[in-house]
Design a protein around this ligand. Structure first.
Ligand SMILES: Cc1cc2nc3c(=O)[nH]c(=O)nc-3n(C[C@H](O)[C@H](O)[C@H](O)COP(=O)(O)OP(=O)(O)OC[C@H]3O[C@@H](n4cnc5c(N)ncnc54)[C@H](O)[C@@H]3O)c2cc1C
Length: 173
């Protein structure tokens, strides 16, 4: 194993592996990652894997959009499966203030180039026939939301980094 490198990343969860992958894409060629147990053995392995496009912050929304775009192309780019499912998601509003919040997020999403949509209860029932809409004022529909297997994504990003000629080293626990 090498004992000198330009950049050493500690920890093979999504944060470390994503850093490794993106450095590779930026052209860094001497990067090493050290993981004390095995890739995704930390909290990444336990993550639910939800991929929402919902935030009250424009910057976070752009970050979510970038991640989902990346996850959508990653399987084709690397040849490794990522188990990504774009199921769409519904958010429910019981109060006027929640509707106001959704409308503000939709306006922001238009600026960010996302497809979020305010919908009425009839459309909600069409999308989810088992939903009881009693007491609901409306909701927010995100057609591009979904979920992904965090372990697959991490291992696929690691494969992408290796394809870029970088190191992804593991050390025994
Ligand atoms: C696709 C995806 C979806 C997610 N969805 C959700 C969600 O719906 N809800 C939610 O709450 N969270 C979600 N998360 C976030 C998740 O719960 C964690 O917050 C996140 O995965 C933490 O990543 P991490 O790399 O910071 O930490 P970790 O995964 O814990 O990685 C740290 C790694 O460092 C290693 N390490 C520690 N010390 C050393 C050392 N001294 N030397 C070498 N190695 C060391 C550990 O063994 C571990 O592998 C999601 C994450 C992903 C990837």
């Amino acid at each position: 194993m090498k004992n000198e490198t330009d950049i050493l990343i500690i920890g093979g969860g999504i944060a470390g592996i994503s850093t490794l992958y993106h450095l590779t894409r930026m052209g860094w060629s001497d990067v090493m990652l050290a993981e004390k147990i095995e890739l995704t053995s930390g909290s990444t392995w336990h993550a639910a894997g939800n991929l929402p496009h919902f935030s009250n912050s424009y910057n976070v929304m752009k970050l979510q959009q970038y991640s989902i775009d990346l996850y959508t192309r990653l399987e084709k780019e690397t040849g490794h499966p990522v188990d990504h499912h774009q199921t769409g998601a519904l958010r429910l509003a019981h109060t006027r203030s929640r509707m106001d919040e959704f409308e503000r997020v939709v306006a922001m999403s238009e600026l960010a180039g996302l497809r979020l949509e305010m919908i009425d209860t009839r459309r909600m029932e069409e999308l989810h026939p088992f939903l009881d809409t009693t007491g609901l004022l409306g909701g927010l529909w995100h057609p591009d939301d979904g979920h992904i297997d965090p372990t697959s994504v991490t291992n696929t990003l690691a494969a992408g980094a290796r394809q870029g000629g970088n190191y992804c080293a593991q050390q025994p626990g």
